[in-house]
Design a protein around this ligand. Sequence first.
Ligand code: COA
Length: 376
Amino acid sequence: MIGNKRDVVRGLKDVAAAETRISYVDPSGRLYYMGYDIDDLIGKVVYSEVAFLLVHKRLPNQEELDAFNTDLIENMRLPSDVVECIRRAPKESHPMDMLRTEVSRLGLYDPEALDISPEACLKKAVKLIAQVPTIVATIHRTKQGKEVLEPRSDLSLAENFLYMFKGTVPNSDEADVIHRIMILHADHGFNASTFAARVTASTNADMYSAVTTAIGTLRGPIHGGASQKVMEMLDDIGLEDEVEEYIYGILGEGKKIMGFGHRVYRAEDPRAKHLRNIVQNVCNRDRTAGLYEKCMLIEGIVHQRKNIYPNLDFYAAVAMDALGIPKEYYTPFFASSRIVGWVAHVIEQYEDAVLLRPLSNYIGEFGRPFVPIERR
Ligand code: COA
């Protein structure tokens, strides 16, 4: 037999593909950003502070944070051609498909797109952290036939995002919620989209290519696309007393409940705990209360039957609903926060300077007799 057989680790489960300092997903139910436990950050820092931490590998002082925030706001404006292309996109396009396309287009308008030097990468990181949320807000406003808004210098990046998306300046509760949601989505080890971004970066391709790869990967329903599916399920269920039958029905068919289970955590996802708290304590709407009750029932049944916990996407769906974000924008909001993790990992991958290129075990045939086309 030709070729060597190696053990295949299906789904790369439990395989460490590289070293990283950016975040650590502790299976026992903790998440660290650059060594800080998210339990110690949440409610105490703003989103751009976490963005600074992940990109610059340390927390900023107040002066540095103010300068970073100003830099981000100044970079939020999009090239006019990108806005025009959003206007001309087919009306039925999903916002994630539009986001993937427009992030790719951004690269065409950056004269330093192909420069992967550390200085150029930092500039591109700021642009992407600032412009991905603007693209998402522009898609929404355009689809609604509403005016596309300019960022305001008196708001932080996260608040500007919500303002430019909805058209109203967030009140203090809404501002608190959007900061928390974006912080909780900022990074998460070698998840599928981050790994995909790092594979692209490992070829020394530019940051726009790497982020476009990541967005395509995040879109899938068993990764970032799960939150939209969670809300579709919650809407589908109708009344609270239908929960049991509905969930047993899905499990009985051997299907998965969206927003549950995790590749790494063997205990509760710490982000789910914070999002549950947000939904319970901070968000205050009639619909949220009803959704929360349904979520608690689902959580109980799924844990009892499958011994698994809700992940980030389960309560993120309800928290975003409470902010008035339509469900097809949950994954774009995820991308607008995870952009921080992606660019930080892309920079780290350039520093590591190694091509990510595994092997496969070939299980096809050898020595098939070739037949010319006219005799096939
Ligand atoms: N609903 C019901 N059962 C689930 C489940 C879910 N959401 N997630 C995992 N399981 C079960 C599997 O059926 C399997 O059971 P079995 O051993 O009896 O066959 C077991 O748990 C292990 O699941 P597996 O799919 O092999 O784990 P994984 O590590 O490959 O997958 C996910 C992890 C996240 C892809 C998976 O849990 C999933 O698809 N969840 C739903 C989508 C989702 O919420 N994604 C967002 C992730 S942050």
